[in-house]
Design a protein around this ligand. Structure first.
Ligand SMILES: [Zn+2]
Length: 243
């Protein structure tokens, strides 16, 4: 692996892919942590805990088969469509803060997407298995393909294209994650006031927390897109078509 790494993980890769990816992802996760910490200290006036808020939204949306459960860890909150469990971390489950309500109702937003057969969520679930393969083998496929291409081997082009297509599946997965995440947050922002969980003024904090969380998904998408673009550029396959 090392000759390959030295061949492609050069200063250009560092500047075009690694550095922007680290700045974007690092910046987004810093924003999530600071905003979550800030609004964790802002109690909501009506005293709903994260668990109560999630349950209230599920009731409001007339969803009866989803269970709100507690999960270990920090910011590990998620909705599992297979088990129909809405998992909230302890910090969210028991707290009455604006941040806790924001996270909990965002996950309820996913449960509502699932119950109403929201299309991007279906696409996302369908693409998950291929995306997992894509992220594991796509990068290696592209690297090995490049090594063959540089060595003048006839297999280079084929191996590279297979690797690039596998990685493209991962990029598409991250792309389709964006409408899913933005939509879950939009549902939460709207319904949290409509269902009487928080006041219009308190919603501002919820917006801040959820918008920061959405940025982490944008950062992940941009990072993987940069990786794909870099490798395609290095392969020279797009240039050779013009010649
Ligand atoms: Zn989400």
């Amino acid at each position: 692996m090392f000759p390959l790494l030295f061949g492609f993980m050069n200063i250009q890769y560092l500047l075009m892919v690694l550095l922007p990816g680290m700045v974007l992802s690092g910046g987004a996760s810093w924003l999530v942590k600071t905003r979550f910490a800030k609004y964790s200290k802002v109690p909501s006036a009506r005293g709903y805990t994260g668990q109560m808020a999630a349950q209230k939204l599920l009731d409001y949306a007339n969803i009866k088969d989803v269970q709100v459960v507690r999960v270990d860890g920090m910011l590990t909150d998620h909705y599992n469509p297979t088990t129909k469990k809405l998992a909230l971390s302890s910090a969210v489950f028991d707290q009455t803060s604006v941040a806790a309500i924001g996270v909990a109702t965002h996950e309820a937003g996913h449960a509502i997407q699932h119950a109403t057969s929201y299309y991007p969520l279906k696409w996302r679930s369908a693409i998950v298995p291929v995306a997992n393969i894509g992220t594991k083998f796509g990068t290696y496929g592209m690297m090995i393909g490049l090594a063959f291409l540089y060595g003048g081997s006839v297999f280079g082009k084929g191996v590279f294209i297979v690797g690039a297509l596998a990685f493209l599946m991962f990029v598409l997965f991250q792309l389709v994650t964006l409408p899913v995440e933005f939509n879950a947050s939009n549902r939460a922002k709207q319904l949290v006031v409509e269902a009487g969980i928080v006041s219009e003024q308190e919603r501002e904090g919820i917006d801040k927390v959820l918008n920061a969380a959405a940025m982490t998904y944008v950062a992940a998408f941009v990072s993987s897109l940069l990786t794909l673009m870099y490798f395609v550029m290095k392969s020279g396959l797009l240039n050779s078509r013009r010649n």
